[in-house]
Write a protein that binds this ligand. Sequence first.
Ligand SMILES: *Cc1c(COP(=O)(O)O)cnc(C)c1O
Length: 460
Amino acid sequence: MTTTASLAPDRMHRAGGETVGRLATRAAERLIADARLGGPVSPARLAGVVEPTVTAAGLGAEAALEVWEGQLAPTCIAVDHPRYLAFVPGAPTKAAAAFDMLVGASSVYAGSWLEGAGAVAAENRALRWIADLAGLPAAAGGAFVQGGTIGNLSALVAARDHARRSRPTPPGRWAVCVTEETHSSVTHSLRTVMDVDMIVVPGDARGRMTGDELRATVATLDAEQRDGIFAVVATAGSTNLGIVDDLAGIGQVAREHGWWLHVDGAYGGAGLAAPTVRDLYTGIERADSFIVDPHKWLFGPFDCCALIYRDPAVAHAAHTQHADYLEAVNVDGEWNASDFAIHLTRRARGLPLWYSLAAHGTDAYRDAIEHTIAVAHAGADLIRQSEHLRLLVDPELSVLVFERTGWGDADYQAWSDRLLHDQYAFITPTRHRGRLCARIAVINPTTTVEDLRGIFDSMR
Ligand SMILES: *Cc1c(COP(=O)(O)O)cnc(C)c1O
């Protein structure tokens, strides 16, 4: 067999300096310029764009980039736009986003200490900062995983594994206590992935789980159901309302029963760094496991969740994979990030947070988070003062849920569509107690009170 020059099999790997330079410049421009909001187009239209892009001969780097720049990128909504206020936005610092490019370019395998020692050490330093904010013991540790979904699942799998090992006889059905506000990733993990029952504890008026409600609910269960409980999931910043559960009260009940306390702070955990709201989290220091997504309110790029265990040995026992070809990496005293969650190969997804923390210092994080809380609360005041809007829940963190008096479902959707069509803002309606309403989440320090005023005015 002969190989022609143009088909030299190492050509893609050896050449390409020009492409690298062009993409690096383009990435830098995107990071420095103001983000354009963008918005989706129909699947049929995009099918027509992407269908001809994968060919035997290739389009060439420039032409392929033009497809992305001209036709694909504008259909992806920029989560870092200051008026992207739907769901939970993302707002990476420039340092974090730019460092992510370097991480990607460096081909770091961050699953094991053997291969990624410096990356894992730096990630663990960032985890240490978070663990200290939560008041977890010095031995606490874990890993950065893809997102809150994998973080919650990995923690709950570790919790059940621990229960299986420590109980002489397993119950007929395992169960976990949650609330109506518990994130869908937790209920999905429990029901579909783990096949575990859920005991739904009714929340108070704001959906907040308290120790008293938990105790009262458990008292209504028969002995068999109660024996099946191995964990309780508390939420530190519910996604829909930004409300923090009564962590101290829940932790007390969990401790009395010997249950694992998992705290889901995917969105709200970042508030631990903000002194004005830190009291809301009292009791988090008792958590057996805790997650927070740096890709939400800790200004990291996608996709990144910090998963921390009080006793990492328990998670290690649950999650370490064993195989002949993995023996080389299992060395005592070395931290293999892959041993603490459901994953093996992993990118060093915590490094952008570490770099930005190292560059800016933790005070800058405190100030940026406090600022977003202040902007959200100023927005709440604007709503209170307005004639056409009504706040549905007093905000605790940085989520505002409110209604426009007189509006029905179609009005909210039309308003949301118009904001995006006008490229002014991206806001999607939510439901509160079954009724459609407006919701905004402020996590981007470049979002201003004037931005919120403009949005409220658009609802007149
Ligand atoms: C966003 C969120 C999750 C899920 O996290 P992903 O990173 O999207 O997987 C879980 N819990 C809460 C409270 C969240 O806000």
